[in-house]
Write a protein that binds this ligand. Structure first.
Ligand code: FE2
Length: 292
């Protein structure tokens, strides 16, 4: 499958690049699409959400109807061909996680940042997963927002690739090396025990689609220590720290949800209203959004 993401196809890359830049959302408002009922999207709503995902690998729906149970993630995902959930023991039987501040009594989750109110650095989901459990799609539905904070910054990983390749194609070569990023054996951010995992940051799947595996955390991660890998990682860190028209910031309110092809994201710290603490449902899928 011809793909703009291999370094040996410069003309295809240039054509793709031009389109990508021309169609990039100019502001976060272009990423937010109002829908009536996310359980049953109309044909027009579905088409609008999908079109946004084609442009930027992500969309935020904003539902007028707010009542949602845990099943919302499954129901929205299924409308976009997302069916193969990545289940883990903390997520419960159905593979959908309730992201909220865990009680001090819940020792199993207390140690893991997603279940606290602390900020989470830039990452893609499942960066510690083995290749056969690569997370291609992700859905985050907000049931209750925090009293203050809890914003997400978002960046299309294809745009990150584009900016790195424009800076220096050798950075892409380095970040595609199968040993560039190693997560030592331990438990992952959700508390799931796993073996050491080496792999590339950028990889291209059998359909020519780009996948990114990344975390900005500095503990429990080992980067390849040659000059070009270090320079590539430093450049990536700078891109994510800079003011960029391609980094969007959004706060999910009740009834809003992020549907994406596992784009780069972070989360600011937050404070809860004890009467209605922040609650998000998160589903991770092995699938990409169909048709995106
Ligand atoms: Fe995440």
């Amino acid at each position: 499958m011809p793909t703009p993401f291999e370094l040996n196809n410069e003309s295809l890359y240039q054509r793709w690049r031009e389109q990508k830049l021309a169609r990039a959302p100019a502001s976060v408002s272009e990423l937010i699409i109002e829908v009536n009922d996310p359980y049953r999207l109309s044909a027009n709503e579905h088409a609008a959400l999908l079109e946004c995902c084609r442009r930027s690998n992500m969309v935020i729906y904003a539902a007028q109807q707010h009542s949602a149970d845990k099943d919302i993630a499954r129901k929205v995902g299924a409308q976009f061909g997302l069916t193969n959930l990545d289940a883990n023991w903390l997520a419960g039987e159905d593979g959908i996680s309730e992201i909220k501040v865990s009680s001090p009594a819940d020792q199993s989750r207390q140690a893991y940042i997603p279940y606290t109110n602390r900020p989470i650095k830039w990452h893609t989901d499942g960066y510690y997963n083995a290749p056969e459990r690569r997370i291609r799609g992700m859905l985050l539905h907000c049931s209750h927002s925090a009293a203050t904070g809890g914003e997400n910054r978002l960046m299309d990983h294809e745009m990150t690739y584009l900016q790195l390749r424009d800076t220096n194609p050798d950075f892409i070569r380095a970040l595609m090396a199968p040993d560039v990023m190693t997560i030592p054996a331990r438990t992952d951010d959700d508390g799931v025990a796993r073996a050491e995992q080496s792999g590339p940051v950028f990889s291209v799947d059998e359909n020519g689609k780009l996948h990114m595996r990344y975390t900005a955390r500095t503990r429990s991660i080992e980067w390849k220590q040659d000059d070009i890998s270090r320079a590539a990682v430093a450049c990536l860190e700078q891109l994510l720290a800079a003011d960029s028209p391609y980094i969007y910031s959004a706060r999910l309110e009740a009834g809003m949800g992020l549907l994406c092809n596992n784009v780069l994201h972070d989360r600011s710290g937050f404070n809860d209203n004890p009467d209605s603490p922040r609650l998000l449902y998160r589903a991770r899928y092995y699938d990409r959004i169909a048709g995106s």
